[in-house]
Each structure stands twice: as C-alpha cells, then as structure tokens.
Design a protein around this ligand. Structure first.
Ligand SMILES: *[C@@H]1O[C@H](CO)[C@@H](O)[C@H](O)[C@H]1NC(C)=O
Ligand SMILES: [Zn+2]
Length: 506
C-alpha cells in the first residue's frame, strides 16, 4: 500500500496535480488512469455539450466494433493488414463517421501517388495517346510523348488503347493495368515477404507513372482529381510533396520547371474559387535522396530560385526514397545547410525498423537542421532525447499508419509507435503518404487506424478533435490563413456534429 501511494504521488506530482496523502487502492488506480488520460493527446481538449453527446454515440459504435473484433480475430480490422481489413472498414460505421468528419489538413502526401488507382485506370489510361512499354526488369513505363525515349525500354511502345482493343476482355485488361500502379494483393505476406520486395514494387510504380503525369493535359486532370478526392473526403487543405518534374505538351515541347509550379498554382486558384471552403494547397519540393551530390546541388539551386519566385506557395524542401538504402542526411549536410532563411525543411526521418543505424540517426540530423516537421518519425520512440526535443520544440511528427504497414514496418497497427506518441502527447498529425498506390483514397482510412488502433479503446472525439486541430496548427499556413482556416473548421465541425445528432451520419 505504502509503495502504491508513493507511486501515485510521484506520478501526480510530476503532472503538478495536488497529491493526496492517503488513497485507497481503488482511488490510487483511478488516479493513475485519469493522469494518463489527461497526459495523452486530446487530454485537455474541450468538448461542448453537443460534442459530448456526439462522443457518446461515437463511443457506442467504437466499442461495439472493437468488441466484435475481440470476439473474432479475423474480423478485427484494427489489427489486420489494410489489404485484408479494407472490406471490413468499408462496412464500418466508424469509418462512415470519419469520412464525414472534417479532417482539417493533410500535411504529408506525395502528388504522384495521391489519386486513387481507380481514377487512373478509368480516366487517365483512356486519354488518347497513352503509350506503354516494358523495361528489361519487367516494369511498365507509361508516357504520352510522341517520340519517347526508346532506351528506357526493351519492348516497343504500344498504344494502351490498341492493347485494350486487342485484349480478350476490356475489364480484365483494366484490372491488370491497375496492378501496375497499386500494390494491393489479398496475400501481402506471400507477395511481399520482405521490405525489399515491397519497396522495389513501390519505387517501380513511381517510375511507371511519372512520365505520363508530366504530360500537360494529364498533369492538369490528375492534380484536379487529387483535390477532388481530398475535398470529397472532407480535407480542407494540403501540403503536397512533389519533385516538380518538367512538363511536356502534345507538340513535344518541354517546359522549364517554373512552368510546373505555375500550373500547380493555377490549378489551386481555380479549385479554391469553385470551393470557397477549401483552402487549397502549398508545395514542398521533394527530390530523390539517391541522386548524386552534384545533381542534388543543382536541384537545390533550382529550388532556391523557385522558392524566391513563389515564397508562399513553394514553402520548403525534402528528400524522398527508401532511407534504409543509404545517403543519410549527415552525408548531405553541405547541401541541406545552405537554404535561404524563408524556406524550410520537411524531412523524412526514421522511416525504419533499424535502431542505431544511419537511418534512425537521420532523426537527429533532421532536428539539428531545424526541420519544421518530421515525415514518419517511426523510430523516434527509440530516441528519448530526440523525442523530448520534438515535444518541447513542438515539431509535429507526420504519421502515415497505412504506409508504414504496407511498406513492411509493422503488421498489427496496435504495435505502431504512433500509439506511444499519442500516449505521451508528442505532437502528431495523421497523413496518408501515397494512398493511390495501396488501394486507399483520401485520408479517412488512416484516421480509422489512428482512432481504432493507435488510440486507446476509450478514446473518442477528444482525440479526433485534437488531431484535426493539430493538422491546421502544424501547417505552414500563415497566422492570417490559420485564423481563416479555424473559422471554416469551427463551422464545418459544428455542422458535422449537428448532422451526427440528427441521425444523418450513423
Ligand atoms: C537551428 O536553429 C538554431 C536556433 O535558432 C540555430 O542556432 C542553428 O544555427 C540552426 N541550425 C541550422 C542548421 O540552421
Ligand atoms: Zn513520404
């Protein structure tokens, strides 16, 4: 008993709560549980009467779904691989709730993999002039160039429309086409036995799509669809990572990179005009970490010039590609240190299961380089000093639950370190990374895992609200833009809670 009291006194004094001198066993238990609840993300989020009622309804459904999963492990979406869980999630009432919930901003999303594969098949692959060829390693390459670079392929280029017409069944052709840009398989454990299997396929899919997406008409249609899918999923703003590849048009002309930014800017303006409750997007230039240092240097020079021309739109810089493959941030210090003061870094860091390797040490360099946020930060829990720094400096960790699962870091999402970040109130935002490449769409699927797998069983609207508000707070929206964003968010949030109470959601 004496030890228990000391334990509670220690815990509570740490939280600067008035310690009791003597507690019963049950009081001590409760004090610890309450203290942990208050410590976690959302622990101090205020819910008004209306929101509290919504929370009650939400919790009834959530506990019901968890209980169902507890009774039947093969129905426990919270613990299953997304490829197996998706049909269950699609039928879930919690998922419907999350789809309709205003989710604020998505702050980690790569443009090339942002759109659902279904749209790419149904629309993009039907655009006239699309060509396909096969490389020596069996990867497909898609392009709209009239005179494509032959050296990339072993086979001849063929028109996708011809292939489709000559196929036995258009539906089967389209299904096979979708597999070129979607990792889905009913048996991921067999098809991707190691991280290398899945990362190789994943990286291939960027190479399959990249050139087709920089064809001006495709570029416009694709990014418009990206915004549609975010907007329809009740996301109000995005920060998009893009390599800003050079665009070409039907005449075969290639434009300088500045044109890519200008196109994105124009698409943004047009979309926002049509959707006044959408705040649009900003971009982060993200280049392949595997490039030679000279090439990276050149790209950084280009970035600086572009950032100077578009300081409020092209807000920062990042490096992409599998971290485990090498090129740690430390080896790129000379490149990364030399950024103009108005630009920022949004570095991927610690997207790994290694501990004490160059990959998780990237987290240290990201922090020393004053990164604005951390992409993934999967290994952060293994570095207590870095985790403290992230917390005290309010550097948000961009969690991408499904990405980490599909790309082989975790199987049962309840083991994802994001659970610890929530428990310790490390600042996090929920993101979707590359939803189109793994059969997802929008941000709601990642929110499903966040609330069902990462957050404790009894966590409801407080955590969700904290995560949504975080997404605006940790964005690069200016103070003025944030004020506007919160005004719109408050309004759509209260409309949403009204709808829940009027039975229009469940
Ligand atoms: C990071 O910020 C600190 C404090 O403002 C500053 O002293 C340091 O030089 C910065 N580091 C880099 C690499 O910009
Ligand atoms: Zn990423």
């Amino acid at each position: 008993m004496g030890r228990l009291i000391i334990c509670v006194v220690l815990l509570t004094s740490q939280l600067q709560i008035q310690a009791q001198t003597a507690l019963s066993y049950d009081q001590a238990r409760q004090a610890v549980l309450t203290a942990e609840e208050e410590l976690m993300t959302g622990g101090h989020t205020y819910l008004n009467t209306q929101e509290a009622k919504v929370d009650d309804i939400f919790m009834e459904y959530k506990l019901g779904e968890l209980a169902q999963g507890y009774r039947n492990a093969d129905q426990n979406a919270a613990a299953l691989h997304f490829f197996k869980a998706k049909p269950l999630i699609d039928r879930s009432a919690i998922f419907r709730f999350l789809q309709k919930m205003p989710k604020g901003a998505v702050l980690h999303l790569h443009n090339t993999a942002s759109v659902s594969s279904k749209w790419v098949v149904d629309d993009l692959s039907y655009m006239p002039g699309l060509l396909r060829c096969t490389t020596a390693t069996g990867r497909s390459v898609l392009t709209f160039r009239r005179t494509p670079k032959e050296h990339r392929c072993q086979s001849q280029y063929v028109l996708v429309s011809d292939e489709r017409r000559n196929s036995l069944d258009r539906k089967i052709y389209d299904r096979n086409f979708e597999r070129l840009i979607n990792l889905y398989t009913p048996v991921p454990e067999l098809e991707y036995p190691t991280i290398t299997h899945v990362w190789d396929r994943f990286q291939d899919m960027f190479d399959t799509l990249n050139d087709a997406l920089t064809y001006l008409p495709a570029f416009r249609a694709y990014h418009w669809q990206m915004l549609e899918e975010l907007y329809n999923d009740n996301v109000m703003y995005a920060e998009i990572r893009t390599s800003c590849k050079m665009i070409y048009d039907a005449s075969g002309r290639t434009f300088p990179r500045e044109r890519t930014i200008r196109e994105l800017y124009a698409i943004n303006e047009k979309f926002v005009k049509l959707h006044p409750d959408f705040l649009g997007f900003k971009i982060i230039m993200a280049v392949y970490r595997g490039f030679k240092v000279d090439r990276l240097n050149n790209l950084l020079e280009e970035f600086k010039a572009l950032h100077q021309a578009w300081p409020d739109f092209l807000v920062g810089f990042d490096l992409v590609g599998q971290e485990d493959k090498g090129k740690p941030l430390y080896s790129l210090l000379p490149v990364l240190r030399d950024l103009p003061p108005t630009s920022r870094l949004f570095l991927h860091g610690g997207e790994t299961n290694w501990f004490g390797a160059s990959t998780d040490i990237n987290l240290l360099d990201a922090l020393l380089l004053n990164t604005t946020r951390i992409g993934h930060g999967y290994a952060l829990a293994k570095h207590p000093i870095l985790m403290n720094a992230v917390k005290s400096r309010r550097i948000a960790v961009e969690l991408n639950p499904i990405s980490n699962q599909v790309l082989h870091l975790v199987w049962d999402m309840r083991n994802h370190p994001g659970a610890q970040y929530l428990a310790l109130d490390v600042p996090v935002v929920i993101c979707n990374d590359d939803p189109g490449f793994w059969n997802a769409k929008g941000l709601s699927y990642d929110f499903y895992y966040a609330i069902m797998s990462l957050a404790p069983n009894n966590a409801g609207l407080k955590v969700l609200k904290a995560l949504v508000w975080n997404s605006v707070r940790y964005s690069t929206l200016t103070e003025e833009e944030q004020t506007k964003a919160f005004k719109i968010l408050e309004l759509s949030w209260s409309r949403f809670t009204d709808n829940v109470l009027n039975g229009r959601v469940f």
